[in-house]
Design a protein around this ligand. Structure first.
Ligand SMILES: [Zn+2]
Length: 187
């Protein structure tokens, strides 16, 4: 039986194929590369929507400040290229960073851009489909000190993101209990 395999006008790959089903040849559709791309794109968009929903919840629950989301590498004023490049590289090598559990500790005086750079990394990765939470030490501590089921769940949520940014770490003097909890989250 002569079935005519068809080809996609766009990418030139075949978009139908002949398969033998119970002894009978049949012409069935198959995916050419543009169709595969389309499906991949749809999946990514779906995934992004889910990430945005999560982010909205984190904001609503007071665990992420909306202001952080405005920080992007494009807004960098170029005053600290060394740190800028390290941050860019961290994003580029994200898969490896995650696999090896490598984080970055920013330290220095107030106004040196620690929060800015940390949230730039988070926002860039977020755009690439990585789940992130940008929160601050006092915010998480407040939740931890509530001792409610709800706050426990919130902290679990913070922990479940692929990238966690904790701002203002070590600003407040904390009890041993609080520090222990915090280190558990970081772990
Ligand atoms: Zn095609």
């Amino acid at each position: 039986m002569g079935y005519e395999i068809t080809y996609c006008e766009n990418c030139g790959e075949q978009n139908t194929m002949v398969i033998n089903l119970l002894g009978v040849d049949r012409l069935v559709p198959c995916l050419c590369s543009c169709k595969r791309e389309e499906i991949k794109k749809e999946k990514f968009e779906e995934h992004q929507k889910e990430l945005e929903r999560r982010m909205t919840t984190l904001i609503a629950q007071g665990l992420t400040d909306k202001e952080f989301l405005k920080n992007t590498f494009e807004k960098d004023n170029g005053s600290n290229m060394k740190v800028f490049n390290v941050c860019k590289k961290y994003v580029e090598k994200w898969e490896e960073m995650k696999r090896e559990n490598i984080g970055i500790l920013f330290y220095g005086d107030v106004g040196r851009g620690k929060t800015f750079y940390a949230s730039c990394i988070a926002n860039e990765l977020f755009k690439n489909g990585v789940s992130v939470c940008i929160t601050s030490f006092p915010k998480v501590i407040n939740k931890l000190m509530n001792f409610t089921e709800e706050s426990k769940l919130l902290v679990e949520k913070v922990k479940s993101q692929s990238l966690l940014v904790i701002d203002d770490f070590g600003v407040e003097r904390e009890t041993e209990f609080v520090l222990e909890q915090m280190f558990q989250i970081i772990d």
